[in-house]
Write a protein that binds this ligand. Structure first.
Ligand code: DGY
Length: 327
């Protein structure tokens, strides 16, 4: 029987699929397995199901001579050195599509909550500070009719654009490639990055973390945004330079931010963003609905099980490994 190591307890339907295909070992703790434990565990593994908290790199692959597949329990796979896996003939899979709408819901929730200062208002009331209705109490930014700038128009970006139509927002987007088909369907207009920064009332980030997107939102970008602008990030923390964001929020260079992702995660206790009222900080819960996390588990498990059976996994990231095997 092949062996699978799962780096955290994923929902049971996923584990059930894995158990039919392999001998399954699950790391039962809430925190990720320490690095040395992970390196020991992969030594006799045929499949690994990691989370975005588990780094899969040369060091790990060197310790895993039998590894055939790394089935990430996430759509993003910046925790995995894909070229290193490809070089060793290890298949890499992810969980696309299933979390699109759930993550788009959260991005839109942050647009509304950061724009209208919901968390700040809730804290204000609970602290007993609400004395009377006031004409200038907790004024925020209108979402209805505002301009929404989407950085990235992949599956999640497009799903946010669909929600924005219900709020009569003007949607502009920037991405590496223009998406003329989608532009028509979504009523979205292409903009250069600079134009998007200048024109947007709300900016929502939907690009993967790559060398090109690391610190895409830096002091220079904040300097070009409206002072009333709201930034939302549900993608990956390092796309935003947090020191520059702190300065922009503190000085009123931009109005507010909503972050579901940070750099690092969790943030250090002395991260100055934790001291600001005009930023909402969430613990990376974009895909955290019962249905979506369950479907992610079955998807990751189906990917791993297919690879162990020698079949093409449904959500293969490095197709070239498969093609090479077939050649
Ligand atoms: C992902 O899948 O990449 C999300 O960040 C977590 O679900």
């Amino acid at each position: 029987m092949p062996k699978v190591f799962v780096t955290r307890r994923i929902p049971e339907p996923g584990l059930a699929i894995l158990r039919r295909a392999a001998e399954v070992k699950v790391w039962e703790e809430e925190l990720p397995p320490p690095r040395d434990v992970l390196l020991n565990e992969v030594e006799d593994c045929d499949a690994l199901v990691p989370l975005l908290t588990d780094r899969v790199d040369d060091e790990l692959l060197d310790r895993a001579p039998h590894l055939k597949v790394v089935a990430n329990y996430a759509v993003g796979y910046d925790n995995i050195d894909v070229p290193a896996c490809t070089a060793r003939g290890v298949l890499v899979t992810n969980t696309p599509s299933v979390l699109t709408e759930t993550t788009a819901d959260l991005a839109f929730a942050l647009i509304l909550a950061a724009g209208r200062r919901l968390v700040e208002a809730d804290k204000f009331l609970r602290a007993g500070r609400w004395q009377t209705w006031g004409p200038t109490l907790l004024l925020g930014q209108d979402v209805y009719g505002a301009t929404l700038g989407l950085v990235g128009l992949g599956r999640i970006g497009a799903a946010v654009a669909r929600r924005a139509r219900g709020f009569n927002m003007q949607v502009i987007y920037h991405s590496r490639h223009r998406q003329e088909g989608l532009e028509k369907e979504l009523g979205a207009a292409y903009a250069s990055f600079d134009e998007l920064l200048h024109r947007s009332d709300f900016i929502s980030i939907h690009v993967p973390l790559t060398a090109a997107t690391r610190h895409l939102f830096n002091a220079d970008a904040f300097a070009r945004m409206k002072p009333t602008a709201v930034l939302v990030n549900t993608a990956r923390g390092p796309i935003v330079d947090e020191a520059a964001l702190y300065a922009a929020l503190k000085t009123g260079r931009i109005a507010a931010a909503g972050l579901d992702v940070m750099d690092p995660e969790p943030p250090r206790r002395d991260n100055p963003l934790l001291t600001l009222d005009n930023v909402i900080l969430l613990p990376h819960i974009g895909s955290a609905s019962v249905a979506t996390r369950t479907r992610m588990a079955t998807m990751a498990a189906e990917n791993a099980a297919a690879a162990l059976r020698g079949e093409l996994p449904p959500n293969l990231v490095n197709r070239e490994v498969w093609d090479r095997r077939r050649a």
